[in-house]
Design a protein around this ligand. Sequence first.
Ligand SMILES: CC(=O)N[C@@H](CCC[C@H](N)C(=O)O)C(=O)O
Length: 377
Amino acid sequence: MATSTFVQIRRDLHQIPEPGFQEVKTQQYLLRYLEGLPQDRVQIQTWRTGILVRIPGTDPKRTIAWRTDMDGLPIAEETSYPFRSLHEGFMHACGHDMHMSIALGLVTHFVHHPIADNLLFLFQPAEEGPGGALPMMQSEEFALWKPDCIFALHIAPEYPVGQIATKPGILFANTSELFVDLVGKGGHAAFPHQANDMVVAGSHLLTQLQSIVSRNIDPLDSAVITVGKIESGTKQNIIAERARLEGTIRTFSMESMARVKSRIEALVKGIEAGFACTATIDYGCGYCQVYNEEALTEEFMQWVSEECPDVTLIHCKEAMTGEDFGYFLSEIPGFLFWLGVNTPYGLHHSKIEPSEDAIEVAIHLVSRYFTKLSERP
Ligand SMILES: CC(=O)N[C@@H](CCC[C@H](N)C(=O)O)C(=O)O
């Protein structure tokens, strides 16, 4: 079967994953495609490595926005694809290549099928960090075309193609990155009494961090502390002078986020005292929760159940994922939904191969939904 335009676009984008705010080739690729569309139908602004595309409506009452993220992850790809990443050590392992091709599919649809309302498409950099949504929202470019409602999707490996999932209210957690640097005294492996070993100090801290969720957080609330990376030492017979722990914190309430951070600070102080080292904590970037506006989400869910026989809707639970799309939703009504892509490997896995059939499902569903929204008085 011939590869559709948007599947081919997804494959092209898959080959050029770039980290946040360095999506230079990605931006060029997207611009090249957008410049090939009838230019009397689209208005384009760039913002850093992102793009804003406006399609003026025929009789606008509002501006409806769709947002896609753009960045890749520092993961060495292990898929079976013939179109694997050309950027060694980087991969689109969170579906942003799928998200971008769906967004271009929607732009293309509406360029050829105008609706009454204005449409705004946001190609937003740096979702994986340090976060492009908030600065994009604060930009002059965004202020010029500020939307009245905003929507997005995220691929979901666990659902089959043709299924989507969402819920009103909180969908994704509040997040904060976590970086802890410990500095002690290095030395010879045979003379530990003359050194302060940061491999041991870092290991103690890692173990102690595990007690925060189980001992300090209300069991009826939820929190996650994941340390995804530890760096320490240079050789097996050298005592390490430094250790660095890198992680992320997830909570549903801001009270729990504050509690987790204060417990981390107390434990790190204890490590400083106990291991005669100095420590610094950096919380990197943090995102606010993704909160789906209730009325719009309920109405969408009802519409999908009643009028989209080709799509199965799941009323899902909230997840500990983070998304800076939450910032848009903190000011503009809208929602995010999961799009089933049927792959045994999860998000951020080096072997994830989302089903490309989901691209067409999403374009078809969202174009119908926006057309329906636009018919509202
Ligand atoms: C959808 C998704 O996977 N998002 C990321 C967002 C990460 C934000 C930040 N770098 C952090 O780690 O806190 C996620 O990991 O949930």
